[in-house]
Design a protein around this ligand. Structure first.
Ligand code: NAD
Length: 366
């Protein structure tokens, strides 16, 4: 892969609090780039989302898709509005269309305790939670998303699709990701989460996982059923290193993981394919708090940090990689100093949290 020093970012703030959390994230990213003489960032804001669909009849305009295609990375807020739906009753969810369009098969969801934020668990080891959930993001039970059928108002059917091509890419990504983490001192263990005891599709998923392990024999593996995994994410989440799972299971388990961290506002994510990647907080548009300045921007800021790390690694730019780590460390220091978002019963809103992270970055630079 070529070395690069300028990165173009397509920014899709989307709906509700998506807009509110992306604004300070872009500000922090601009601040980091302005301090560096080794990389620059350009941001192009693009229309997309359920409210854009309401206005124009288009959720993801061609011009936005073109900007996403030519960008080095895509930064997204959140999309969807529960009252706005297609005639079949499903929601307008262009963020899912992006995953399909760019074949973003690996949904990376780090679940990590933030210093100073009390874990949802009473056990003191809640502070040691540090694992990554990799959610297959283009097929599984989401494969035929808008093509499920309702037959004569009598029964409804959706279909699970697991393909060898996507599984091989997904597992190779997950093993390589686990190997990278191991270099930083983690156990180097990848758990395949499935329901292979019941479904042929998921027995196939597990079989391909075992086959791909042959190329990564330095990585320890284990198999777990999704129901037992839900239990162990509550009983002993500190025991996980990296897990990889089907799309729908990953959708549910990643919200459980966000709950362990303190709430949706803390949980970042990246959807990664071979040539493109979207970085976005795991949460949605949160209509219940939109427009009130109460949204926790931490998940969006940490997603921005993941974006810098990904760009730095992909385009051999150590300064961008380091800037991503600085941003994550600044978040940790800001929370260690006592920030308390509304989400956990505190009084710190979007601006207060973003300002504290900015101050932590400045302190480091001074
Ligand atoms: N990736 C995405 O864009 C995405 C993900 C999930 C849901 N959605 C869409 O978002 C809309 C709302 O969905 P939902 O209510 O199920 O999920 P949600 O994540 O928007 O909200 C769930 C709960 O978490 C809270 N919350 C979420 N993010 C927060 C933050 N940053 N700070 C503080 N509190 C936060 C909300 O107030 C709400 O109580 C729906 O239209 C849904 O389809 C989009």
């Amino acid at each position: 892969m070529t070395t690069k020093t300028h990165f173009e970012i397509a920014v899709l703030p989307g709906d509700g609090i998506g807009v509110e959390v992306i604004a300070p994230t872009v500000r922090l990213l601009e601040q980091l780039a302005s301090r560096s003489d080794s990389f620059t960032l350009g941001f192009k804001h693009c229309d997309a989302g359920a409210l854009h669909y309401q206005k124009t009849g288009e959720a993801l305009p061609d011009a936005t898709m073109d900007s996403c295609r030519s960008a080095d990375a895509i930064l997204l807020g959140a999309m969807g509005w529960p009252e706005l739906r297609y005639p079949d009753g499903t929601e307008i969810a262009p963020q899912l269309d992006l995953r399909t369009e760019f074949q973003l098969f690996a949904g990376v969801r780090p679940i990590r305790s933030i210093p100073g934020i009390p874990s949802a668990l009473s056990d003191a080891r809640g502070a040691d939670i540090d694992f990554v959930l990799i959610r297959e993001s283009v097929e599984g039970l989401f494969a035929l998303r808008n093509e499920g059928v309702v037959i004569d108002d009598r029964e409804a059917r959706d279909t699970m699709v697991i393909t060898r091509a996507i599984c091989e890419q997904l597992f190779d990504f997950a093993f390589a990701y686990t190997r990278e983490r191991k270099k930083a001192g983690t156990p180097g263990r990848l758990t395949c989460v499935d329901k292979a005891n019941v479904f042929a599709s998921l027995a196939f998923f597990r079989k391909i996982f075992d086959e791909r392990h042959a190329g990564f024999s330095d990585i320890a593996v284990e198999h777990a059923y999704v129901d037992a995994t839900a239990l162990n994410m509550i009983k002993k989440p500190w025991a996980f290193d990296v897990m990889v799972t089907e799309n729908m299971f990953g959708d549910i388990l990643s919200d459980l993981g966000a709950g362990l961290m303190g709430g949706m506002g803390f949980a970042p994510s990246a959807d990664i394919g071979i040539n493109n990647a979207v970085f976005q907080p795991s949460h949605g548009s949160a209509p219940d708090i939109a427009g009130k300045g109460m949204a926790n921007p931490t998940a969006a800021i940490l997603s921005g940090a993941m974006m810098l790390e990904w760009l730095g690694t992909r385009y051999t730019n150590p300064a961008a990689l380091a800037a991503g780590r600085q941003l994550r460390d600044a978040v940790d220091r800001a929370f260690q100093a006592g920030l308390a978002p509304y989400e956990i019963g505190g009084k710190d809103g979007t601006s207060a949290i973003a300002d504290a992270v900015e101050a932590a970055l400045e302190q480091e630079h001074a």
